[in-house]
Design a protein around this ligand. Structure first.
Ligand SMILES: NC(=O)c1ccc[n+]([C@@H]2O[C@H](COP(=O)([O-])OP(=O)(O)OC[C@H]3O[C@@H](n4cnc5c(N)ncnc54)[C@H](OP(=O)(O)O)[C@@H]3O)[C@@H](O)[C@H]2O)c1
Length: 113
């Protein structure tokens, strides 16, 4: 279980994000290592999901855990390398990963007032 948070460094959760980025990198290497044994390694990257972890937080577009669970199961069955869930995150993070650091910093800057 990794996270979309591992795809870019954000002001509010960069230590969490860094741990997920490290995990995703480790999973990528492990996937290559275990491929000759036909053992799949699936890197699951959920967006914000309604669980104990996010209890009390206001997160727009938070996903139901049942939906995330279904996506994970489908990804495992299809032997996907990386599963973004819910699926729009795949495209959101594709765009976000390509943004220059200066743009991410501007978008992530604290709002005045
Ligand atoms: N929720 C999100 O928005 C979100 C988004 C992206 C990624 N993720 C990732 O998804 C994964 C699951 O998170 P969640 O949201 O489902 O959190 P959660 O509701 O807090 O559940 C965490 C689970 O981990 C277990 N756990 C915690 N510490 C443990 C330990 N030391 N040994 C064994 N089990 C332990 C807990 O067991 P008990 O029930 O026994 O306490 C619980 O089942 C995490 O890796 C999280 O980083 C979550």
């Amino acid at each position: 279980m990794s996270s979309v948070a591992g795809d870019r460094g954000r002001r509010r959760n960069y230590l969490y994000g860094a741990s997920k980025a490290a995990l995703s990198t480790a999973l990528e290497g492990l996937r290559v290592r275990l491929a000759p044994l036909s053992i799949p390694v699936v890197d699951v990257r959920p967006g914000p999901t309604d669980t104990r972890l996010t209890f009390g937080m206001t997160l727009p577009g938070i996903a139901a855990p049942e939906r995330v669970a279904r996506d994970i199961l489908r990804g495992v069955r299809r032997r996907r390398a990386v599963v973004y869930t819910p699926w729009p995150w795949r495209f959101v993070m594709l765009a976000v990963r390509w943004l220059p650091a200066s743009v991410v910093a501007r978008l992530d800057a604290p709002r005045a007032g």
